[in-house]
Write a new protein. Structure first.
Length: 74
Protein backbone atom coordinates (compact mmCIF):
# COMPACT_ATOMS: atom_id res chain seq x y z
CA UNK A 1 0.00 0.00 0.00
CA UNK A 2 1.06 3.54 -0.62
CA UNK A 3 -0.60 6.89 -0.42
CA UNK A 4 -0.21 9.32 -3.28
CA UNK A 5 0.41 12.92 -2.36
CA UNK A 6 -1.66 15.62 -4.06
CA UNK A 7 0.03 17.70 -6.71
CA UNK A 8 0.91 17.89 -10.38
CA UNK A 9 2.63 14.49 -10.46
CA UNK A 10 -0.35 12.61 -8.98
CA UNK A 11 -1.66 10.22 -11.69
CA UNK A 12 -5.18 10.29 -10.16
CA UNK A 13 -6.00 13.68 -11.58
CA UNK A 14 -7.51 16.52 -9.60
CA UNK A 15 -10.38 14.69 -7.85
CA UNK A 16 -10.75 11.54 -5.73
CA UNK A 17 -14.15 10.20 -4.67
CA UNK A 18 -13.68 7.21 -2.41
CA UNK A 19 -16.53 4.74 -2.07
CA UNK A 20 -15.05 1.71 -0.28
CA UNK A 21 -12.28 1.10 2.20
CA UNK A 22 -11.63 -2.36 3.60
CA UNK A 23 -8.79 -4.76 4.29
CA UNK A 24 -8.24 -5.07 0.53
CA UNK A 25 -7.55 -1.37 0.11
CA UNK A 26 -9.29 1.84 -0.86
CA UNK A 27 -11.45 2.12 -3.95
CA UNK A 28 -12.94 5.13 -5.63
CA UNK A 29 -13.53 7.13 -8.77
CA UNK A 30 -10.88 9.51 -10.02
CA UNK A 31 -9.42 11.15 -13.06
CA UNK A 32 -6.43 9.68 -14.81
CA UNK A 33 -3.37 11.01 -16.58
CA UNK A 34 -3.87 8.18 -19.11
CA UNK A 35 -7.29 8.80 -20.75
CA UNK A 36 -6.79 5.76 -23.02
CA UNK A 37 -7.18 3.55 -19.94
CA UNK A 38 -10.74 4.74 -19.20
CA UNK A 39 -13.18 1.85 -19.48
CA UNK A 40 -10.47 -0.84 -19.47
CA UNK A 41 -9.22 -3.32 -16.87
CA UNK A 42 -5.99 -1.59 -15.98
CA UNK A 43 -6.33 -0.70 -12.32
CA UNK A 44 -6.71 -2.48 -9.01
CA UNK A 45 -10.41 -1.77 -8.70
CA UNK A 46 -10.90 1.95 -9.08
CA UNK A 47 -13.13 3.58 -11.68
CA UNK A 48 -11.08 5.84 -13.92
CA UNK A 49 -12.62 8.88 -15.60
CA UNK A 50 -11.39 11.64 -17.85
CA UNK A 51 -10.18 14.43 -15.57
CA UNK A 52 -12.91 16.80 -16.80
CA UNK A 53 -15.59 14.15 -16.09
CA UNK A 54 -14.21 13.52 -12.58
CA UNK A 55 -14.26 17.25 -11.89
CA UNK A 56 -17.88 17.57 -13.10
CA UNK A 57 -19.06 14.54 -11.09
CA UNK A 58 -17.28 15.82 -7.98
CA UNK A 59 -19.47 18.93 -8.06
CA UNK A 60 -22.67 16.83 -8.25
CA UNK A 61 -22.21 14.44 -5.32
CA UNK A 62 -21.93 14.85 -1.57
CA UNK A 63 -19.93 12.85 0.96
CA UNK A 64 -22.04 9.82 1.84
CA UNK A 65 -23.74 9.49 -1.56
CA UNK A 66 -24.50 5.76 -2.00
CA UNK A 67 -22.50 4.05 -4.76
CA UNK A 68 -23.37 0.75 -6.44
CA UNK A 69 -20.74 -0.77 -8.71
CA UNK A 70 -22.14 -3.16 -11.32
CA UNK A 71 -20.02 -5.07 -13.80
CA UNK A 72 -22.08 -5.50 -16.95
CA UNK A 73 -20.14 -6.02 -20.17
CA UNK A 74 -21.78 -4.75 -23.33
Amino acid sequence: KMRLAPGETNPLGTRWMGFLENSGGEYGMHGTDNPGSVGKFSSHGCVRLKVSDAEALFELVDVGTPVEVVYQPV
